[in-house]
Design a protein around this ligand. Sequence first.
Ligand code: DC
Length: 439
Amino acid sequence: MNDLVVAIDGPAGSGKSTTGRALAKRLGLKTLDTGASYRAITAAVLNAGIDPYDQEAVGALAAAASLDLDSGAVVNNIDVTEQLRSEEVNQSVSAIAANAAVREILVRWQREWVKKHGGGIVEGRDIGTVVFPEASLKLYLTADLEERGARRPEEGAQSVERRDLLDSNRHVSPLRKADDALTIDTTSRSVEDIVTQALATLEARGVIGSVAPPRRGSAFEPDLHKSVFYRFCRSLIYSFLWLLFRPSLSGPGEVPLEGAVVIAPVHRSAVDFGFSIFLTKRKIFFMAKDQIWKHRALGKLLIILGAFPVHRESADRSALEHAEAVLRAGGVLVMFPEGTRQSGNRVMEIMEGATFLAARTGATVIPMGIAGSEAAWPRGQKLPRPHRVFLYASEAITPPTRTAKGRVSRSALRVMTEQLRGALEQSLKDAASIARATK
Ligand code: DC
């Protein structure tokens, strides 16, 4: 399949349509709401007076139906657009969607739609798993039930929850995240932010060209030199961290004296990135939330300390460019693969940013487990408290080899990301067992 297809799956109200439309605009593609195809057939079934649970009759209707979703929804030349979101259709659509014959027919119809339109943004429940397993990008969107209910005020949280339960537990093509899908919780993220991440991923995979090439002359030039002021500030931070947390470092991972390196720590507390200075004497660059830059003096200080701004907590484009510039210049970058602060001793899912950057620049990645920092500075507490912290640096992970064109294949990137996730979780466990043995 050569057409660009983005598969967006997730439960009702998870933000699929909004994200899909914004992404379609940026990529110049059309969107296909496959939920509407199931809803349209449901409306036709109800209009024909057929029992939605009568599998045979419903299957026969679907087999003979002509469907057009390009402007509104038309089944057998009858416009059912008005009915699509009605209470009756909400109540019956999950039964229709659980009908294997209907699914077979609609999946075929959806694939043809994409072929006819030369690709598309396709949203539904089984797009990444069944309809387009070879999609260029798969997103799996989630959001809190409360938020999803609020996004469907006419339907209500209760009905949304009921449909999700039915859609996730049916036998044929249940709602399920594809293994290679990017999970995005849309509860508190802006659409722009999600679109930026999706575009950056497509770009990293070589599916699309640079969406917004860096302007010449304005490129970020990281200063690898440690000024006297930098050394001074750093020794203050070092002393502060040492006094409060007495960090001890173990593990085989070592930051080389020169060359591009990504230090990839687990993220359990606000002080975590500071512990990177116990791994190397080299200057360390890091991303800092852009809200901090509103305070001008603080912003200036942060730049001296090696920071550059990132929009919210996800890796946005310009932040990725800055990060890449650091690595291209042979610098050390700290980046949390988990993206945002997590809790506990598992590393469930990580973002592709660190491996993507390493693959593009040839940098090695050093996973670092940190035990004790969550207890030292629990979420919601204003100030940290003295508590011992144990660091474990794992063996460096090297990026996959690039193709002749200088690209890294999607599958190689995925393998490296999974390798990093595993190593990160192991380093966290190793740090925790050293912490226990020291007690
Ligand atoms: O996205 P929506 O809420 O409009 O979808 C309506 C129903 O259609 C949903 O409850 C499950 C079903 N559906 C499906 O089974 N497979 C899809 N690809 C899309 C929707």
